[in-house]
Design a protein around this ligand. Structure first.
Ligand code: NAD
Length: 357
């Protein structure tokens, strides 16, 4: 349950624990970095097996948000919140009221949006009690940022195919998608429309059957999806899909998906390089959702949203070229680039203070 000595602790500015007796709320908010702006990031609800698991998750995810927003050129910092509980059983009006008040107590340093286990309706419920929630505006998708996330991943896959294979379109390209939820289904739709062959798995039989019936994807057993003979593997389920065991059996030349924290540990980046597999950093290509949330929150013209998401392709190309030049993991290069962008915004005196803090 340690925080400061947790391997995922990265000089987070603030980590706050919240509980409410009557609703049963037990939650953690992690504000990683606010140099670029308020810490914006999803509110995840998950039946964590232990408090240690929840702390680790919120620390890793909030750090990823800092890098994601910096690379996406957004004036936002990085933060995340987790609610320890089963989203299929433990949601209630009282829980959202308590969580909203917890978020409100940070006075806007942290702003919540959707994440695994929370929906547009949940964010809207919280908005009755705090201004510091987002992701429920009356957009073409009712505030759901997932289609924008899928678009960013699609753009990332296109840039990776151009970089690796010199391909200018999706014809003849085979993509395997792990997870057909909010993002995975939209991504499958975009890939099919672009002419790709899509293979997919989901542990939820209903989600898989829907994608087969509506999009014509080829169903694959969950235990086989990671080792299909495809050009691109797109992990769009939960984190940790890439580890020593799975990397050893991958047959895709490119990995590019939406799931946060796809690498189980830092060394997995090196394992992918050793196998000659091009990994598109998750926190770079899954930024479409946070870009969408920023447009919703700032009331920006939605006409600019698609162009902003398309810029993910240029940023990825920059990272892939740098990584090629020094033969290093793309995730490390993307983090360095994010640090450059973050450092460039801090007055030198303040930066010195942070480095000795
Ligand atoms: P979701 O919960 O709607 O969908 C996840 C899907 O994966 C579900 O259908 C689930 O049944 C399936 N799944 C779970 N474990 C699986 C397994 N082992 N094999 C195959 N399928 C499995 O989530 P989502 O909103 O689509 O997000 C997907 C991932 O992308 C998550 O990791 C999320 O954190 C990340 N992400 C989402 C967004 C967004 O805008 N929704 C933004 C950034 C990152």
């Amino acid at each position: 349950m340690a925080v400061f000595s947790n391997p995922s602790f990265d000089s987070h500015e603030q980590v706050v624990f919240g509980a409410d007796r009557s609703s049963g709320l037990r939650a953690i908010i992690a504000v990683h970095d606010t140099r670029l702006g308020a810490a914006v990031g999803g509110c995840r609800m998950y039946p964590y097996a232990s408090e240690a698991e929840a702390i680790d998750d919120v620390l890793r995810l909030s750090r990823g948000m800092t890098y994601k927003s910096a690379l996406a050129g957004l004036p936002l910092g990085g933060g995340k919140s987790v609610i320890i509980g089963d989203p299929t059983q433990h949601k209630s009006e009282a829980l959202w009221q308590a969580m909203a008040k917890f978020i409100d107590s940070l006075g806007g340093r942290y702003v919540a949006a959707e994440d695994s286990g929370t929906s547009v309706a949940d964010l809207r419920a919280m908005s009755q009690y705090t201004d510091h929630v987002s992701g429920f505006a009356a957009t073409e998708h009712g505030g759901d940022p997932s289609p924008s996330t899928a678009l960013g991943v699609f753009v990332g896959i296109r840039a990776a195919l151009a970089h690796r294979l010199g391909a200018s379109d999706f014809h003849g390209v085979r993509v395997a998608i792990q997870g057909l939820g909010h993002v995975g289904f939209s991504l499958a739709q975009m890939l099919k429309n672009a002419g790709a062959e899509v293979l997919a798995s989901d542990i939820n039989a209903t989600n898989l059957a829907r994608a087969v019936a509506e999009l014509g994807v080829t169903p694959i057993a969950s235990e086989n999806i990671l080792c299909e003979d495809v050009d691109v593997l797109a992990p769009c389920a939960l984190g940790g899909a890439l580890n020593a065991d799975s990397i050893a059996v991958l047959r895709a030349g490119i990995v590019a998906g939406a799931a946060n924290n796809q690498l189980r540990e830092t060394a997995d980046g090196g394992r992918l390089v050793d196998r000659g597999i091009l990994y598109c950093p998750d926190f770079l290509i899954n930024a479409g959702g946070i870009i969408d949330v920023h447009y919703q929150r700032s009331g920006l013209d939605r006409a600019g949203l698609t162009a902003h998401i398309e810029s993910i392709g240029d940023r990825l190309a920059e990272v892939l070229q740098r990584a090629d030049r020094c033969h290093r993991p793309t995730g490390e290069i993307a983090e360095e680039l994010a640090e450059e962008l973050l450092g460039a915004t801090v007055p030198s005196g303040e930066q010195q203070l942070r480095s000795v803090a």
